[in-house]
Design a protein around this ligand. Sequence first.
Ligand code: GTP
Ligand code: MG
Length: 198
Amino acid sequence: MFALPWDFQTSVTDMSNLPDAAGIEIAFAGRSNVGKSSLINALTGRKGLARTSSTPGRTQMLNFFVAPESPLTIVDMPGYGYAQAPKDLVEAWTQLVFSYLRGRPNLRRVILLIDSRHGLKKIDLEAMALLDKAAVVYQVVLTKSDKIKPPALTKLITETEAALRKRVAAHPVIIATSSEKNKGINELRAELCLLANQ
Ligand code: GTP
Ligand code: MG
């Protein structure tokens, strides 16, 4: 499925413009700059598909990506926790994201990205609380695993697994990835293929 030619479908800034809820949707969420867009590019093998940037707050809309014949739609979400964003913009994003999470019937799973260097922060726990409340299953994927040493990564995985056990809607399996070094990408692809074929 990830060998298909993935393409940009649409960008959405309000709920009335959402594309039809066809197929199975997987949304990528996480703090600003955590590596959501980079991971989507690594998964689809298309470098410039989702726009990446070293400036946090690059993705400000819900961006939808599709491939012909693929049962999956991939959604790149605006990052949260971007301190420099203007307040009214933050409110608009938050509202859009909340209403999307709660109201999208074909949203099957949220891939919740956590930076390997930082681990779970307060704002991630807040995002998890929201997902628990919206009853959307979320799976933690660690990003930028190339930035920390293997023992530190193992420790982080153990700690994060323990934190997830306390949550309602968390998927227990954590995948560590590096979009830069192409690590964990096939593992995540396999997980998403399983979902698509259910
Ligand atoms: P927003 O859209 O602003 O929320 O950011 P994002 O989560 O989409 O992050 P993006 O993919 O734009 O990446 C942010 C920065 O992290 C860029 O400078 C990327 O090059 C870098 N980055 C992403 N993935 C990796 C990775 O696996 N390893 C390393 N070392 N850097 C990465
Ligand atoms: Mg982005």
